[in-house]
Design a protein around this ligand. Structure first.
Ligand code: SF4
Ligand code: SF4
Ligand code: SF4
Length: 192
């Protein structure tokens, strides 16, 4: 019985993860480049090098920045106590504004099944400040991370953020494969 319940939960999370990823990839893969083409080189963040300094929000030539948070659902622990969502010293684990780490309330928290919660990024509200990515990496699995979104980026000759990035995390990648998202989101069935 317990196994059935566990499997059911895993199936739910797995299907939710795939659905989330379909949305994410649909939102990314389905988007046309603004200025670049698949033949060109474009700028992208290596999420394993990013040190969440905050300059992605303040140094892009665009305002708001072309850098947004993305979520690798396959890596997420669906934690109730989410270091990417809850501000340190939060009064309770709720969606109240004062408990949220994100300065623009761009992260949506949804209850799935005790004790699991799902976190989705509202790209239109995200300013790329990296606070959630830092919190997630400090206390969780690091599933929240930053990427340059190519339907927004104007592909500057020299990326203004790359010039000031203290971690040398921004590099040129092929336009045909323009994202460096964490993990393989389509492999596996969520079973462990
Ligand atoms: S400037 Fe570099 S280290 Fe800072 S948030 Fe952006 S990618 Fe990360
Ligand atoms: S904390 Fe910053 S990077 Fe994360 S979702 Fe909010 S605005 Fe975007
Ligand atoms: S290339 Fe230009 S528009 Fe794109 S992220 Fe860098 S500064 Fe922003």
């Amino acid at each position: 019985m317990e196994r059935k319940k566990t499997k059911s939960r895993r199936e739910f999370i797995s299907s939710s993860a795939r659905f989330g990823m379909v949305l994410a990839l649909g939102g990314i893969g389905g988007l046309a480049f603004r200025k670049s083409t698949a033949d060109q080189w474009v700028w992208q963040i290596d999420p394993f090098k990013c040190s969440w300094c905050g300059r992605c929000a303040t140094h892009c030539v665009l305002n708001p920045s072309a850098v947004k948070c993305v979520h690798a659902y396959e890596l997420c622990g669906y934690c109730d106590l989410c270091g990417g969502y809850l501000i340190p010293g939060h009064s309770d684990r709720s969606t109240a504004a004062e408990n949220q780490l994100c300065p623009t309330a761009a992260i949506e928290r949804k209850f799935i099944e005790e004790p699991y919660y799902e976190y989705k990024i509202n790209e239109s509200l995200c300013i790329g400040c990296a606070k959630c990515a830092e919190g997630c990496s400090a206390f969780g699995n690091g599933s929240l991370h930053l990427q340059i979104m190519h339907h927004l980026c104007v592909n500057c000759n020299e990326c203004a953020i790359a010039r000031v990035c203290p971690s040398d995390a921004i590099k040129r990648v092929k336009g045909s494969d323009p994202y460096l998202m964490k993990g393989d989101f389509t492999a596996g069935d969520g079973e462990t």
